[in-house]
Design a protein around this ligand. Structure first.
Ligand code: NDP
Ligand code: 8X3
Length: 252
């Protein structure tokens, strides 16, 4: 039977690569994000290329009313979501806690923690009712370690790590898999967003080594969602070969 996946933040990077990977596997898709033109273009590309069904939903995960309105308005057969990829997220700034912007903290907390919870709060009851489902939470190496200038981003990703553990406990009786995926440096729009369009800082982030790509993470997610029914990857840290931990890179 055809599976249905909901991917938040499918307009770029890891989310877009995952949508493409799933489309190749004939998985029906619900893709979300704030940039609607990108969503519509991706939906059309995947429908045309892979002959799959795609629904695009244009909302901001920080707004619970929008989350609830968009997800509950899905046609009933589309509520049978098999795979939820909680991917929408960002880092904003990389400044010491004493000088960082309050607005950056609020954006990260509201998106990476509250947004993930808002979406999960709608989808998990549907999965529980069917006693079936797989949640992939995109965490980070920042959810395992803390680095300079990363205090609040690390805090929100540590929260995702804890939420993944809690979700796995709460959903245990309902046959739901929860996989926490923690990448190191992945070259996407992440650093341009983090550094607010500063290309020099973006380029410096990935200079002198080969970072991961969105496709690398999509492949990993694909591996996790195609395991036998009785097997789950709980927690997965994936790094570029040239990265030992959140702060240590071998740059040429
Ligand atoms: P991108 O910036 O390329 O993609 C982020 C996605 O999140 C976009 O599709 C964006 O869509 C969406 N998004 C951001 N804010 C919101 C919002 N308020 N409402 C809805 N959607 C939103 O970065 P990545 O692909 O790298 O990031 C994906 C996830 O991976 C994030 O959770 C990030 O923290 C995590 N991660 C990234 C790593 C990296 O090095 N790149 C490493 C470890 C984890 P739109 O702007 O259209 O709304
Ligand atoms: C993104 C990777 O190292 O900037 O989550 O935190 S890092």
């Amino acid at each position: 039977m055809k599976r249905i996946a909901l991917i938040t933040g499918a307009t770029s990077g890891i989310g877009m690569a995952t949508a493409k990977k799933f489309a190749q596997q004939n998985i029906s898709l619900i893709i979300t994000g704030r940039r609607n033109e990108r969503l519509l273009a991706l939906a059309k590309e995947l429908e045309d290329k892979y002959n799959i069904e795609v629904i695009s939903l244009n909302f901001d995960v920080r707004n619970n009313d929008e989350v609830v309105k968009n997800l509950t308005s899905l046609p009933s057969e589309w509520k049978n979501i098999d795979i939820l990829v909680n991917n929408a997220g960002l880092a904003a700034g990389k400044d010491p806690i004493q000088s960082a912007l309050l607005s950056d903290w609020e954006q990260m907390i509201d998106t990476d923690v509250k947004g993930l919870l808002y979406v999960s709060k709608v989808v998990l009851p549907w999965m529980c009712e069917r006693k079936k489902g797989h949640v992939i939470n995109i965490c980070s190496i920042a959810g395992k370690e803390v680095y300079a200038g990363g205090s609040v981003y690390c805090a929100v990703k540590h929260a995702v790590d804890a939420i993944s553990k809690g979700m796995r406990i709460d959903c245990l009786p309902y046959n739901i898999k929860v996989t926490n995926v923690c990448p190191g440096a992945v070259e996407t729009e992440f650093s341009m967003v983090r550094f607010k369009g500063d290309k020099e800082k973006n380029d410096a982030t990935y200079k002198g080594f080969t970072p991961l790509t969105g496709e690398d993470i999509a492949d990993t997610i694909s591996y996790c969602v195609n395991l036998p029914e009785h097997v789950n990857i709980n927690d997965l840290v994936i790094m570029p070969t040239a990265q030992a931990n959140s702060g240590l890179f071998h740059r040429k």
